[in-house]
Design a protein around this ligand. Structure first.
Ligand code: PMP
Length: 352
């Protein structure tokens, strides 16, 4: 080992779902939206003046922040935007989780949380979800350095109602509680209204799922003005120009077209409900999902085998070889046609 290796920040990175180069794949592995982004986005791309690229973008993303503030009925000073919600959450970890006490999150959850905790050297503890993958709110009443969980949770799709979240908020007035609402538009109620009562709540959302813009990288946080100011102070101490000017324009167009995104999320919800019935018929078991994916297990065939067999048929879903979830597949809801092909393949695989 060379001496300089003693001073390296060593981390075990987050592993995102596979992005295959082959176009012929039915891609149900990264919770992307199967429908295209809103029409106004195409126009914004065509109308974009390339000369703008000479200039630095607006570091505050003023227009996008304003559009979001209007959409969610809050002040502009209550919105922070970032390059995907991963960027927003990462900044929020750096800004708000600086206690010697451990932050807490569920044992089965978004697998980036422990990676950020490791990279920023934040102590953390996980609390086990119950046998139905639900949060036990009593686990979150202990002394801690902060709290984060997604609602609905990932990869389970399980939604917790606002009463439970409020109980957690009430019990933790001295730390920041972050609710990661990446999948909230697929049927749950956002806890943004709770911001009126709790100044320690930070709600994080993304354009990657319901707004079909995973490739554009836009995420945002809503919180009280002081939290957002602290977040901006940290962001401007790391990198001022995070979101490029074209992406800011795309984001504004997406927010404008509320009708389109409601229409596509409703289509996905309909397909999801149909998929639930079909999967039950095929013998799968799963917790109820309020997201754009279903976390399913089959009593007669190991998930790892189904995963492999689907992959052979060019259908990609997500599988983790991790304790408690190594017999589950996370299946993103695609178009009706894609789901029909999945069901056909599953029927064939389960007959074997
Ligand atoms: N939170 C959760 C729970 C997620 O599943 C994801 C998607 N991987 C994200 C945040 C990040 O999404 P993005 O960076 O695309 O906004």
């Amino acid at each position: 080992m060379r001496n300089w290796e003693n001073n390296i920040r060593r981390v075990c990175p987050y592993v995102p779902g596979e992005q295959p180069k082959d176009r012929g794949i039915i891609k149900l592995n990264t919770n992307e939206n199967p429908y295209p982004p809103a029409k106004g986005i195409m126009k914004a791309l065509m109308d974009y003046n390339a000369d703008n690229l000479r200039l630095y973008p607006d570091p505050s993303s003023y227009e996008l922040v304003k559009a979001l503030a209007e959409r969610y009925g809050v002040k502009s000073s209550q919105i922070f935007v970032g390059v995907g919600s991963d960027d927003v959450i990462s900044m929020a970890f750096m800004t708000f989780f600086n206690s010697d006490k451990p932050i807490i999150f569920p044992d089965i959850t978004y697998s980036f949380y422990d990676v950020w905790a490791e990279v920023y050297k934040i102590p953390y503890e996980t609390k086990p979800l119950d046998e139905n993958f639900k949060i036990n709110e009593n686990d979150y009443l202990c002394d801690n350095g902060g709290i984060i969980f997604p609602n609905p949770n990932a990869p389970t799709g399980v939604y917790e109602d606002l009463d439970k979240i409020e109980k957690i908020l009430k019990a933790n007035p001295d730390v920041i509680v972050m609710v990661d609402e990446a999948y909230i538009d697929f049927g749950g109620a956002s806890c943004i209204p709770l911001l009126k009562k709790y100044d320690n709540l930070l709600v994080i959302q993304t354009f990657s799922k319901s707004r079909s813009l995973a490739g554009a990288r836009i995420g945002f946080a809503v919180g009280n003005e002081r939290l957002i100011k602290f977040l901006n102070d940290v962001k401007f101490s790391v990198n001022s120009y995070t979101m490029n000017s074209l992406t800011q324009k795309i984001g504004i167009e997406a927010v404008k077209d509320e009708r389109y995104y409601k229409e596509t999320t409703n289509r996905i919800i309909k397909t999801r409900e149909r998929a639930k019935k079909k999967l039950i018929k095929l013998g799968f078991e799963f917790p109820d999902s309020k997201s754009n994916f279903i976390f399913a297990s089959h009593p007669n065939k190991p998930a790892s085998e189904i995963f492999y067999e689907l992959k052979m048929r060019k259908i990609y879903v997500r599988y983790w070889d991790k304790p408690r979830i190594n017999n589950y597949l996370r299946i993103t809801i695609g178009t009706d046609e894609e789901m029909n092909m999945l069901f056909e393949a599953l029927e064939e695989i389960l007959k074997k």
